[in-house]
Design a protein around this ligand. Sequence first.
Ligand code: PLP
Length: 281
Amino acid sequence: MAERRDLRALFLLRGDVAFFNHGSFGACPRPVFAAYQARQRELEEEPVEFLDRRGDELLAHAGAVLARFLGADPLDLVYVPNATTAMNIVARSFPLGPGNEVLSTDHEYGAVDRMWRMVCAERGAGLVRAEIPLPVPSSGEVAERIWACVTPRTRVLSLSHTTSPTAVEFPVAELVARAQERGILTVIDGAHAPGQIPLELEDLGADFYAGNCHKWMLAPKGAGFLWARREAQRLLFSVHGIEVPVIPRRGEALLRVSVQGYNTARDLGALMDALPDELRS
Ligand SMILES: Cc1ncc(COP(=O)(O)O)c(C=O)c1O
């Protein structure tokens, strides 16, 4: 283990700063930041060559490395600017309607909570927040309190893996398994998990998992990801007009969100194919 003094030298942080808040934004180590800047320079030296001709290959390589770290298949993973974007892509894709319920908790991240409020209000669906008291009870009791709020109307269970206001690890594996038995879609907000909790996304088996590399993995800012279970990917479609979530490649429904935020005509046909039947007319 390196001395604390040695670790400090690895960061660009000002000498008078004692930085603990990698949960808001991770401080990027010098070598990582240098590699990031070198890529930015390479891009500007020939933007079309970098983005159009080499972009897919470079992203696929980075995606494969990340997928290995997350216990996932790279085909089920896309980069997005941040976890909030990933949660929005998922929430705005769901065919929720009147009489449906989204179940969440009162320990969720503000932007995600507001997003569900807005989406549910737009669609006439209900948002139910399971109340988890402070101090937070045992993991088993947390699971029971959340599960007690499931009703026949529950369509979606949306949970943080680690909570933002209270830094608690929720028992997501148990709740995902129970939800799956009941046919309830699961969306996990793992903004704080990568780098904090060992992840095996394939084994966890949620329908959707949103995460960040720019918090506890200390990556450059703007490195989030969305993972989606293969069978659940057909539920996703473009939500911002700039995202391209699904293109078929090698016979697979490959998720792809443009990190540059541009859309291209070649992707539109595939995008339309990916729309749920009921939304195509
Ligand atoms: C649980 C949770 N979800 C989402 C976010 C938002 O992360 P980002 O700004 O990278 O989307 C945070 C930020 O702290 C968070 O704590």
